[in-house]
Design a protein around this ligand. Sequence first.
Ligand SMILES: O=C(O)[C@H](O)[C@@H](O)[C@@H](O)C(=O)NO
Ligand SMILES: [Mg+2]
Length: 382
Amino acid sequence: MRIEDVSVRVFRTTTKRHADSAGHAHPGPAHQVRMGVLTVRTETGEEGHCFAPPEVIRPHVIEKFVKAVLIGANPFDREKLWQELAHWQRGSAMQLTDRALAIVDCALWDLAGRALNQPAHKLIGAYRDKVPAYGSIMCGDELEGGLATPEDYGRFAEKLVARGYKGIKLHTWMPPVSWAPDVRMDLKACAAVREAVGPDIHLMIDAFHWYSRTEALELGRGLEKLGFAWIEEPLDEQSMSTYAWLAENLDIPVLGPESAPGKHFTRAEWIKAGACDILRTGVHDVGGITPALKTMRLAECFGMNCEVHGNGAENLIVTAVSKNCRWYERGLLHPFLEYDDGFDYLNALADPMDEDGFVHLSDRPGLGLDINFDFIDANLCY
Ligand SMILES: O=C(O)[C@H](O)[C@@H](O)[C@@H](O)C(=O)NO
Ligand SMILES: [Mg+2]
């Protein structure tokens, strides 16, 4: 089997999610945005697909790097293809990003599963077919009845528990919210949620990513009194030694890194430096399912859990093939959005959750997505 073509379709999709000036999502009026789907196709017509923002898989990246490596290759040689693409990164003038690597790697996993008529988590070696989810709440806002006050968070948390979630993560207020960041307000929101849901629901925080050491320490000490399960990204992850200092000075587990560059290599250094108690990976953060699995197994060797960043089929697969991963991050959630409505370009949710808070893996082949190609082709931009 040989790869004959790599192509991208860009299409219009409708969403109620809007990015703020820091890139964090908030609810707003329905509007159209562009989405891309990368397709790898073999000479026998086998295909693998993965979705990404068009700029991640733009023509220059596909023509200059991806096709140069993939065309003519065996699509089952994922490790070889990943290594060759990763080596292109240094000479790509930063044009070939980890996120682009991730999309290609995921499309190859999708192709393998579709060709063998097997879900990717079974190809890799499943540990489970359903995964407990935590509800990952959007960053706070100043919307009336949204996430503008600690009480808003408390009320929303009650609804999430009623939906079935057994874990909840708060993203608290960050700029451009006018008065943010504010450790005391973060702790008020966390206290309101703990009060609302009681002692048995697992709670976590993903805080303002640029607090000082003293602010992060104050936040962590307050969370310890509230029985939170982890503190995530309260400091700039470019300073690993600062995280080692925080982990040394707190009892609450420090989780990371999420946004630090360097794939699974960086995550090995964080373990070695004692910069986290729970490791973090993410398919789009480390360059694909292939390196995310390496990160997960690395953590296992050190008796550590590794939590996966982000929702979506590919991240769900990594949680399903790993014993040392407690949760699937389902989100981002907001009182004004109906997460279970899904996307107009998929015929079904990638992460359906039952009333007990378990997300079930699809038994469809590959990544398991039920893609609405009619919708895509009827809404093509190019
Ligand atoms: O942009 C971000 O900070 C992340 O995407 C955030 O919204 C969320 O996905 C996260 O940090 N989860 O852990
Ligand atoms: Mg995070």
